[in-house]
Structures are given as C-alpha cells and as structure tokens.
Write a protein that binds this ligand. Structure first.
Ligand code: NAI
Length: 350
C-alpha cells in the first residue's frame, strides 16, 4: 500500500538519500529525490506527487504554494524543525505542513560547545599552524571557562542541553526566555534574568530561540553596545537573529571578542554547496570570513548519525499518519505556528 504513495524530495544530498533509504525499508514509500531546491522553477516537478518533502532553504511562498496545490500536493513534510521559509498563511486550508520538532538537541548543543571551545583556544587556527610545522603559540591565548558567565537565550530543548554542558565547565549560567522553565532552572542550577542583564554580564552568549518577527535582529547594534567588551557570540539557531552588519561593526571595534556562526541570514545562497572554485558575491559573508576570530560552519550543527536517523523516522511517520488519516501531531499552521494548534479539528489544523 505504502509503495503507491509517491513522495517528491527536494534539495537532497547523498547523506539524506542514504538515511531515508535505510528508514524507508520499514515504510516502503515510493521516493523520488531531486537535488534541486523547491521553488518557482521546480514546483512543476511535483506533478503526480501528492506529498513533498522539503528542507530549510526551499522556498515555499504563495506562488509556489499555488503551483503545488494545482499539481495536487496535499502534504508538505519538512525534514527539519524550522519553518520560517514557508508562507504558512498561503498554505493554510490547502496543504498540510508537518515538521520534525526535535531530532537531537544534543547534536546542536554539542556543536555550539565545539564552536565555543575552538574560538576560545583557537583550535581552528592551531590546526593549520602545526600542519605547516609552525609550533609557535603566539596569539592563541584563551580564557578558563571555569567560573565565567554564559548567557543562554532560549531555554528550550537545545538551550537546556547546552546549559548542562556549560555547567560541566562550572560556568555560571544566566538565561532569558519569555516562557521561563523554573523547574529546569532549579534542577540545572541556572538563573533567569532579562536580556539587558545577559548582555551586561555574559562572557559568552549563545542563541537558542526560534526566528520570528520578535526575534529578528535580536542582536543588533543596540544590543551589542550593552555587551561586555570581548564577548563571544554563538549562533546555531537562525542567521537573522543577528544583524550581521552590526556584528561586523562590533568585531571591527573589538567590542565583540569572537563569533561562532553555524547560520547566516543570507545563507540560502551558499550553505550546503561547494563554492571553492568560485567567487563569493556576498560582501558581508566575505567580510565575515576574513576575521581570525570568527568561525563559520555551514548549518551543520544538526549533522550527526543519530539526528539524521531520527529525522528520517519522524518525517516518514508524519507522512504515514497523514495517509492513514491519523491526527497530525507535528502539524504547523499560521494559526498556531507550532505543533499544537488550538484550531485542530479531528487532529488536523483544517
Ligand atoms: P524549542 O522550541 O525547544 O526552544 C525554543 C525556546 O525559545 C523556547 O523555550 C521558547 O520559549 C524560546 N523563545 C521563544 N521566543 C523567544 C524570545 N523572543 N527570546 C528568547 N527565547 C525565546 O527549540 P529548540 O529545539 O531548542 O531549537 C532552537 C532553535 O535551534 C530552533 O528554533 C532552530 O532555529 C534552531 N536549530 C538549528 C539547527 C542547526 O542545525 N543549526 C538544528 C535544529 C534547530
């Protein structure tokens, strides 16, 4: 039965195909992988495929939605947690959207910790120096994390895992979240404060909140001005949480000591692709890459074996639930913007 269910995947890489092929042995869907991204030019490829599986840099705006709906698409299964690339208002009432709300908070939090350690102890620089038989350690001076203060913005699944890691270094952890989890604060030994206190007191600030109208450019020139001189800023959430032009000014003024970025506000043009033989047209990204104290990784924080397997399982289970007419526990819509929709009727948002 499932074999008759045709799913068109977009923006796939060999590692996606490998992990989905393994998990699909349990489900038996008929999968067509497209390397191209979903957008106005490629929406036509969904003809005959009622289900689409998309990723973070696919474009699902009103025009694409209309085209998909016209082709008979009735479900978009996002194989990621974020959904800021979908016009939820446009799809509402036409195409259901499901996502993978959690697949490995450990993967992302551990990557954030990796960025912190590399930037602090300049491991990314030392790697190149010793390979060139240069054993000089000038310029590699770091600081003890023990006893320093970290500010974690967003204490959901990932933020709380990072807090455990930072507490392992015996750091003092401050946190901000509009929906504080006081039980977690008590159990994990961190303290909720307002954003200004985070900016004023933190030696390291790590962002773990979703991108929304409220959080867009949360870290702007005004926020940076309030921060401790030499602060380290880590962003493994979404690029547009930071006003990158302001970040660059902060780095040039040496107010910001270092920045670890797994995401970038204009990343869709470049991240996940190989431009090693080409020219970077994006002057802001190019400028960022010139700083010795900036470490950019291209949206790889999620990229662990465990996370890929969990993503494939949840995505295909979401699709199976849709086909079986079961409640869509991981549905998102513009009314709720989350997996729990107060408009849900019969377990579906519409
Ligand atoms: P979550 O939903 O468990 O937690 C998000 C937290 O942010 C919640 O506690 C929420 O109350 C809080 N929040 C909402 N608005 C806020 C605001 N204005 N200021 C501060 N906090 C606010 O999400 P999770 O799983 O911890 O993921 C966090 C983010 O990490 C996601 O939104 C996603 O953008 C990003 N992510 C990045 C990945 C990567 O590979 N780089 C992979 C997976 C997620």
């Amino acid at each position: 039965m499932a074999g008759e269910t045709k799913i068109a995947f977009f923006d796939t890489k060999p590692y996606d195909e490998e992990s989905f092929d393994v998990v699909n042995r349990e489900f038996g869907f008929s999968i067509k992988y497209h390397k191209s991204r979903l957008g106005a030019d490629t929406a036509i490829l969904t003809k005959g495929y009622p289900i689409v599986c998309a990723f973070v840099n696919d474009t699902i705006d009103r025009a694409v939605t209309d085209e998909l709906y016209g082709q008979g698409v009735r479900l978009i299964a996002m194989r990621c947690a974020g959904y800021n690339n979908i016009d939820l208002k446009a799809v509402y009432g036409k195409i259901h959207v499901v996502r993978v709300p959690a697949y490995s908070p450990y993967a992302v939090a551990e990557h954030a910790a990796g960025l912190i350690l590399s930037l602090n102890r300049k491991i990314h620089k030392a790697y190149y120096r010793t390979r060139d038989n240069n054993f000089n350690i000038n310029g590699f001076l770091g600081f003890d994390m023990y006893g320093k203060t970290a500010g974690v913005i967003g204490t959901g699944k990932i933020g709380r895992v990072l807090i455990d890691i930072l507490k392992g270094f015996k750091m003092h952890v401050l946190a901000y979240d509009p929906f504080p989890n006081t039980t977690a604060a008590q159990e994990q030994g961190f303290e909720y404060v307002d954003l200004d206190t985070i900016y004023k007191k933190s030696d390291i600030i790590s962002l773990h909140c979703p991108l929304s109208k409220e959080t867009q450019h949360l870290i702007d020139a005004v926020a940076i001005d309030k921060m401790k001189e030499g602060v380290m800023i880590i962003n493994t959430s979404r690029g547009a949480l930071i006003d990158t032009a302001a970040l660059i000014e902060g780095l040039k003024a040496k107010r910001i000591g270092s920045a670890g970025l797994d995401v970038y506000e204009e990343e869709s043009e470049y991240f996940f692709e190989d431009f090693s033989g080409g020219i970077i047209d994006d002057d802001i990204l190019a400028r960022l890459l010139t700083f010795p104290n900036v470490l950019v990784t291209s949206h790889q924080a999620f990229f662990t074996r465990e996370a890929l397997s969990n993503i494939a399982h949840t995505t295909l289970q979401n699709i199976k639930d849709f086909i079986d007419g079961k409640p869509l526990t991981n549905e998102i819509c513009y009314q709720c913007g989350a997996e729990t929709c107060n408009k849900k009727a019969n377990g579906k948002c519409f």
